[in-house]
Design a binder for this molecule. Structure first.
Ligand code: NAD
Length: 695
């Protein structure tokens, strides 16, 4: 049973019981309908209360039934709501903690609603690119009024029940801490004899000037929705609650809901939703693996990354001690942290006392002995194997047994780093992205010897500090940077052949990327890649890339920090301005190579940049560096500004069709530096079999 039935006095109480949030899956719907029928037939029952067990009234649709025929099997959510609404005996929804999506739509079918304060009330479907498809767009405006209902449906943001006190949504708000079921039963007994039964569907939508309000809402939401169709459809369906009779509005809602389920944007959002959940699961690490207790942390290095990592930990309430080599470096790092918090306070995003609490959690030292008792230490020193070796030998000698030793290295071999210690099982990579206190992505690098409990602890820590943790195997650049290297190589080749940085950036930004490769280079510092290329030239000569990036760095144009990079910058201004020096350098370089520059279409730019990611992603997948295609998508969505409405590079390739992607790669393989386009065997295989990465 996934709904319980009991009779208290002369009131039937149906309790949805489907942990964790009483999702309205088939078994729950069936049990609820059976409960309603049983109550209808029992002459001793005068009224019916519907509530939820445990941590929710109901969180809505059961996500385990997404994309499953079960969602459409009778009794559907529509049927359940109709059964509640058409009940001959009064129905009362008793709401607490979470009442969202289909859960709220169910409650709106009841004749009455009583609630406890603190309940989160929402119709969040828009966040998955959908709209409430079980009457929510028609019933909510009838109890909350047009404006409040429209805002809730268009944003999906939860509102606390007490904020909605006094609206027609609730007939009674019970005192905090009182017994919900007892209160609901008492309420039901009071109204048991009232006829006719009040129905939300029979109410009128309230608004002094609905037509003008809707016209303004249509314009505003259209402008804010960007590439997503759902918010606009939400407005249209809510408008139908005013403009059409109830049944017609319901039909219209159904039609627009089905339309949205078919859009790529909604498919992409749902893919991202499931990808995020999947990323925290590692097949050979059971969900009940015992994790290590993390109550205190240490960070080695107070530079760009060390400071940001310390902030990310302190933001989650963990005390952190930073170790540095000199007092000057430590003071500078701590001062930067304070300045960052003060800026956040100035922008009104953090209360001053909260900022002080967080700053107070971050301490500094020059003595490794002071961090010996930390449960985890994250190293963020220079990207140099010798420096890493010194630090890890030191950590091995100092840290208490059982402490996790993590490295934030971006490119170095984690297994070698682990070999500098006598406890490689405790060593793991935690690759944060800059700024580490802001960026969502955390690549969790699993070394050959990394303990399963250490990996599980890292995944739990990622959750605690509100990062999207994605597990990567050991390779140069891990998932994200290894792929981005191919993307940046293509961007460089495009310059050699005829494009300019501003054209490349504009084309890929129109595709939806937050920032094109050249603006990104200027922001991160072009010297970073320069040093890596110099190292590679020794380690693996023969990998070709456009020399324009080196010519840029040789001229000292490292990016925003030097006031000039691929673009020019004016003092104190981050606006990129096209640079005639850069344009001339690029044109001259093409001449030196004997290349006749050609005009390159935006479509080619986008294909070459995105398919370079896809092809390397396929290689990474085949090598087992990434556990699943959706993990690669998560890396790109949360760390590289890949457009969410396209679902990540691998999902995007699936929507284009892998055979089409492969054909384009074949074409580019015959062009300039075609050797960069060896198709990944996995891509070839899947394309031949007509399959997808995320299949
Ligand atoms: P950084 O130069 O800003 O900071 C490094 C800090 O480490 C300096 O303050 C230095 O004084 C300190 N340090 C050096 N040796 C030390 C030692 N033995 N003990 C204690 N402190 C020591 O460098 P960063 O940009 O913060 O990079 C740090 C690490 O993070 C590198 O491995 C880098 O590859 C990685 N990383 C950087 C980025 C980025 O965008 N900058 C992103 C992800 C990962």
């Amino acid at each position: 049973m996934s709904a319980d039935y009991q009779v208290i006095d002369d009131v039937a109480v149906i309790t949805l019981n489907n942990p964790p949030v009483n999702g309205l899956g088939l078994a729950t719907r069936t049990a609820a309908v059976e409960g309603l029928q049983r109550a209808a037939l029992d002459p001793a029952v005068k009224a019916i209360v519907i509530t939820g067990a445990g941590k929710a009234f109901s969180g809505g649709a059961d996500i385990r039934e997404f994309n499953s025929p079960k969602a459409l099997t009778e009794p559907t959510l529509h049927t359940l709501i109709r059964t509640v609404e058409d009940s001959a005996k009064p129905t009362v929804a008793a709401i607490h903690t979470v009442c969202m999506g289909g859960g709220l739509e169910l409650a709106l079918g009841a004749n009455y609603r009583v609630a406890l304060p603190g309940a989160q009330i929402a119709l969040p479907e828009v966040k998955l690119g959908l709209l409430p498809g079980a009457g929510g767009t028609q019933r909510l405006p009838r109890v909350l009024g047009l404006e409040t209902a429209l805002n809730m449906i268009v944003t999906g943001t939860p509102v606390l029940s007490e904020k909605l006190a006094g609206t027609k949504l609730f007939d009674e708000l019970l005192p905090a801490g009182s017994g919900l079921v007892a209160g609901a039963v008492a309420f039901a007994r009071r109204v048991a004899g009232v006829r006719p039964l009040p129905k939300v569907r029979e109410r009128q939508v309230e608004h002094p000037d609905a037509a003008a309000f809707l016209a303004a809402a249509r314009a505003r939401v259209k402008a804010e929705a960007g590439p997503f169709p759902a918010p606009v459809e939400c407005v249209e369906t809510v408008a139908a609650s005013v403009e059409k009779p109830f049944e017609d509005g319901l039909k219209f809602e159904r039609e627009r809901f089905i339309h949205l389920t078919q859009t790529t944007e909604s498919k992409a959002l749902r893919h991202a939703f499931f990808a995020e959940r999947a990323a925290s699961k590692v097949p050979d690490v059971p969900a009940d693996t015992l994790v290590r207790d993390i109550r205190s942390a240490a960070v080695v290095g107070a530079g760009t990354m060390g400071g940001g990592i310390a902030m990310a930990l302190a933001n989650a309430g963990l005390p952190v001690t930073i170790v540095e080599t000199t007092q000057a470096a430590l003071d500078k790092g701590l001062a930067t942290i304070r300045k960052n918090y003060e800026n956040t306070v100035r922008k009104g995003k953090l209360a001053p006392e909260k900022a002080e609490q967080r700053i107070a959690l971050i301490g500094g030292t020059l003595d490794f002995a002071h961090i010996a008792q930390a449960d985890i230490v994250i190293e963020a020193v220079f990207e140099d194997m010798e420096v890493k070796e010194t630090v890890f030998r030191r950590l091995d000698a100092t840290m208490k047994p059982g402490a996790i030793l993590a490295s934030n290295t971006s490119t170095l071999d984690l297994n070698r780093i682990a070999s500098f210690t006598a406890r490689p099982q405790d060593v793991i990579g935690l690759h944060f992205f800059s700024p580490a206190n802001v960026m969502k992505l955390l690549e969790i690098v699993r070394g050959a010897a990394t303990g399963k409990d250490v990996l599980a602890t890292a995944l739990a820590l990622a959750k605690k500090i509100r990062k999207t943790g994605v597990v990567s195997g050991v390779c140069d650049g891990f998932i994200g940077n290894r792929m981005v290297e191919q993307y940046i190589r293509q961007a460089g080749f495009l310059l050699d052949e005829g494009a300019l940085p501003q054209q490349v950036d504009a084309a890929i930004e129109r595709f939806g990327f937050a920032m094109g490769p050249f603006r990104m280079g200027d922001l991160a510092g072009n010297d970073v890649g320069w040093y890596i290329r110099k190292r590679r030239a020794i380690e693996s000569p023969g990998v070709k890339y456009s020399q324009t990036a080196d010519l840029l760095c040789e001229a000292g144009r490292f990016g925003q920090k030097t006031g000039a990079g691929w673009y020019d910058y004016e003092a104190g201004d981050r606006t990129p301005r096209a640079s005639s020096w850069v344009d001339e350098m690029i044109v001259r370089h093409s001449q030196d190579l004997g290349i006749a520059r050609r005009s390159i279409a935006d479509e080619e730019i986008v294909e070459r940049l995105v398919y370079a990611l896809v092809n390397e992603g396929a290689q990474i997948l085949e090598e087992g560096i990434a556990l699943r295609a959706s993990d690669i998508d998560m890396v790109y969505l949360s760390g590289y500004g890949f457009p969410l409405f396209r679902g990540g590079p691998m999902f995007y390739a699936d929507t284009v069709g892998l055979a089409t992607v492969l054909a384009a790669i074949g074409k580019y393989a015959r062009g300039y530096h075609g050797e960069a386009w060896t198709p990944a065997p996995l891509l070839v295989r899947l394309a031949q079999e007509g399959r997808t990465f995320n299949g």
